[in-house]
Design a protein around this ligand. Structure first.
Ligand code: GLY
Length: 357
């Protein structure tokens, strides 16, 4: 597959990616190469990746624990300490080999260690391939509040190798699929339509779908890297989705939701709200709801959960001047940003979701 050139770096695929990383290492001559992994990528991805490296440079592997609960500043401190103890300097290179938590956290660690050292993202989950590793957002959560701390800083390159997906659990595949569906909803009805043909996660042509999803994200980020306008649309479904994700993270006894699973709920809610505020047609809303509920388990959100979830909206990153802003749909492929939504309508949407079993 042809490499994708963004305004700040290149996204390479499989074999050409490994060639590019080896060329980069030869040309940039890093003092030490650090590979950041979690226990999953240590087990399943590290050996095949190491086999592609053609270098006699010192390589050190640093491991963190997987999972959103570990996307914290404490984990960063552990990695910064490890880098320091292992002799990292400003010419060192960090290669982030993992999913969205790892590429977000590893990018942040690299961006802040000694005021910034180069890093490369090698996403190993679907979510990270189509979303997290693209566009330069790096950071960690603050308690259970998502992505409150971070910087925008792009990796030297991103390498996409879908072979890593062969060991990915189905729920992780579903989590990534939500961001691909989102890309269709916000930018491209034809792309969205391709998912109507899919029976659950039996994804034919997955590589082509991933490629197109990355192209959509690249298009948005190239126009608005700092999220002043168009990039806000990538938050479709994320306003309530993040609040639901944070709420369930802080109530593990209720349910455990992956990021994309929460965003899938958020997209149903935002689409319902769009029928009320921005004229999304009932037919499009039903299509969105039915497709999502066909792939994702329905999660019961108890009425007693509504208020604390709405309360969490005040931490959304799109908020400004005390207002909470939603991205809504006028049509599939056409968004409206900076929409305010009443609490009553949010509760109506949550009730609608609960009744859509
Ligand atoms: N994941 C949303 C963004 O990169 O802007």
């Amino acid at each position: 597959m042809t490499s994708i050139e963004t305004k700040t770096n290149k996204i390479h695929f499989s074999v050409s990616g490994y060639k590019s990383i080896n060329n980069y290492i030869t040309e940039s001559n890093p003092s030490i190469i650090f590979i950041l992994v979690d226990e999953n990528t240590h087990n399943y991805c590290l050996s095949p990746f190491m086999a592609t490296l053609e270098t006699d440079k010192q390589i050190e592997v640093v491991e963190i624990e997987s999972g959103e609960v570990n996307k914290t500043i404490d984990t960063c401190v552990g990695v910064w300490n490890a880098l320091s103890e292992l002799g990292a300097d400003r010419k060192s290179l960090i290669i982030n080999l993992g999913g969205g938590v790892l590429t977000d956290l590893g990018g942040f660690v690299a961006s802040t260690f000694k005021r910034g050292i180069p890093f490369i993202n090698i996403p190993t989950t679907l979510l990270s391939m189509v979303d997290a590793s693209i566009g330069g957002k790096t950071g960690v959560d603050l308690g259970t509040l998502k992505n409150q701390i971070g910087v925008i800083n792009t990796p030297q390159m991103v390498i996409i190798d879908t072979a890593y997906l062969s060991t990915l659990p189905q729920n992780e595949m579903r989590s990534g699929l939500a961001e691909m569906l989102k890309h269709g909803l916000i930018q491209d009805r034809d792309y969205w339509n391709k998912f109507k043909e899919l029976s659950r996660l039996d994804l034919n042509n997955l590589d082509a779908l991933i490629y197109d999803s990355i192209l959509i994200k690249k298009h948005v980020v190239d126009i608005d890297p700092n999220e002043n306008g168009l990039r806000k649309t990538l938050n479709y479904g994320h306003t309530l989705g993040h609040a639901i994700e944070s709420y369930f993270l802080s109530h593990p006894e209720k349910n455990s939701l992956l990021h994309g699973e929460a965003i899938a709920i958020g997209m149903i809610l935002a689409s319902y709200i769009s029928t009320k505020l921005t004229n999304l047609s009932e037919a499009d809303f039903n299509e969105i709801k039915d497709l999502i509920l066909d792939v994702y388990d329905h999660v019961v959100i108890e009425p007693e959960d509504f208020e604390p979830i709405i309360d969490l909206l005040k931490y959304d990153k799109k908020n400004a001047h005390g207002n909470i802003y939603f991205v809504l749909l006028e049509d599939i492929g056409k968004t409206k940003i900076d929409c305010t939504v009443s609490n009553d309508l949010i509760i109506e949407a949550l009730n609608m979701y609960n009744l859509s079993l």
